[in-house]
Structures are given as C-alpha cells and as structure tokens.
Design a protein around this ligand. Structure first.
Ligand code: FPP
Length: 247
C-alpha cells in the first residue's frame, strides 16, 4: 500500500496488557509476554504493509527492573528467544531493527542478541523498527544533556535541534501517532521529548489481542485528526490575520 498523507510516517506503541491477558487464561505473566512478541512481529509487518516507515515499541522500561525477579529474567530470556525465532523472518521482510535504551545494565548475552539483530538488518529500508529496551524518556533527556556537555557544547549553543542530535531516538522523525493498548491512558515515561505533537490513541484492547482491525481503527482515528502543531485552525483565522481591505 502506498504511503499517503493520512498514514502516519512514524507510529509509537506502548504494548500494555500482556499480564492481564495471561491472567484471564489462568496462565503466568510470561505467557502473555511470549504472545506479546508474536503480536509485535505481526504488527511490524502489518505496519510495513500499510506504508508506515517507522515503528517504535516500548519493550522494557527503566522502571521494569522493579518487577519480580522471575518476570525480569523471563523478559531478558524472551529477547534471546525472540531474536533466534523471528530475526530471520524480519530480516527477509525488509525490517531494519534499532535498539534504543541503556545497554550498560543488560547482560552480555542480551547485548550480543541486540547487536546481531541490528547488524543483520542494517541494509533493510522497508520499515525501521526501534525497540526501546531499558529505556525511559527522562533517561534519554539526561543522557543527551550529558553527551552534549561532554562534547563541549556551550549553553547558548544548545537549542532543541542541537540536543535532539544526542537523543537516543535521533535516527527517526518524531512519532505522528502514539498508541497505548491495555486501557490505561498515560505516557509512562515513553518518548517524552519526541511526542510533543504526536496524536495520542488509547485502546482497551490487551496487547496480545492487538490485530489488523485494531491497528486500522487507530489509523482511522489518526486520519480524522487535524494536526496544527500549535498553529491556528485554518478555517478560523483571527481578524487581525485577515488581509486588510484598502490597506
Ligand atoms: C506491559 O504489559 C508489557 C511489558 C512490560 C513488556 C512488553 C514486552 C513485549 C510485548 C515483548 C517484547 C519483547 C521483546 C523481546 C522485543 P504488562 O505486563 O504491564 O501487562 P499488565 O498491565 O496487564 O500487567
């Protein structure tokens, strides 16, 4: 499907609801996360089919370390399982993978899996999938400031564009559409800097149930929005901005 101005260039998703989906089936939370990975792979390909060029997903937040130890280690193992099971398919489907977040706290094995995912897809261009892992929006702002200071940027040289160059998401444009599944209506420290003008869409659907129909409902809602970036509605210019007759 060709890209149209009604299709967002960049979609960001908070994939919430895995735990509740598993609990409804009397299964452990890990079962939900495992199905969450399958939903993620399906969603990446569905987005690519619709002409979306960038997809960014929140897979593990800086705060998720506070979850029970077995859930944290389950999510780390899921990275290894996901890379070995799905990387070949994503690679042949033209998906380029980027990992964003603080890698210093994750194990060597997880770092190696991320490296493999990034390097084996580095020539792909159909869709860019950024996986936020050990990521937090506030962490990103702080680490960008630290990098700018280490680079010797003077305070009066530091504007939005300069800081943006040091952000972990500097390889992609800002999201047009921000989706959160799972019924909660909050941002939860995801992409704080980048969603300044994103359209927000909240769905009650639990992430493992997110399918083509759910994606299309979010895209239809996006297409119906009027984006103004802080400017005035075109059909209602204030009198002061109208051409003055006779002047
Ligand atoms: C939130 O659901 C989801 C997460 C914390 C993890 C999301 C991760 C995935 C979908 C897997 C992606 C993994 C890789 C390896 C790319 P929740 O557990 O908070 O659900 P709940 O709100 O129902 O408890």
């Amino acid at each position: 499907m060709p890209t149209s101005y009604l299709i967002p260039c960049h979609v960001a998703i908070v994939m919430d609801g895995n735990g509740r989906w598993a609990r409804k089936r009397f299964m452990p939370r890990f079962f939900g996360h495992k199905h969450g990975v399958e939903t993620l792979v399906r969603t990446v390909l569905a987005c690519a089919d619709r002409g979306i060029q960038y997809l960014t997903v929140f897979a593990f937040s800086s705060e998720n370390w506070r979850r029970p130890q077995d859930e944290v280690s389950g999510l780390m193992n899921l990275v290894l399982m996901a890379v070995s099971k799905y990387l070949g398919r994503l690679e042949t489907q033209g998906v380029r993978i980027h990992i964003v977040g603080d890698r210093s706290q994750v194990s060597q094995r997880v770092r190696e899996a991320w490296h493999e995912a990034e390097s084996s897809t580095q020539h792909n261009t159909r869709i860019h999938l950024s996986v936020a892992f050990n990521y937090g929006g506030r962490w990103d702002v702080v680490q960008a400031c630290q990098q700018a200071m280490r680079a010797g940027i003077e305070a009066d040289q530091l504007d939005e564009a300069a800081l943006n160059r040091y952000m972990a998401m500097s390889h992609v444009p800002d999201p047009d559409l921000f989706i959160r599944t799972g019924g909660e209506e909050r941002v939860s420290n995801f992409l704080l800097w980048q969603i300044a003008y994103s359209e927000l869409y909240f769905s009650d659907c639990l992430w493992p149930e997110f399918d083509d129909a759910q994606l299309d409902a979010a895209l239809a809602a996006y297409a119906s929005r009027e984006r103004r970036y802080g400017a005035l509605k075109q059909e209602e210019p204030p009198a002061a901005l109208l051409p003055q007759v006779g002047s």
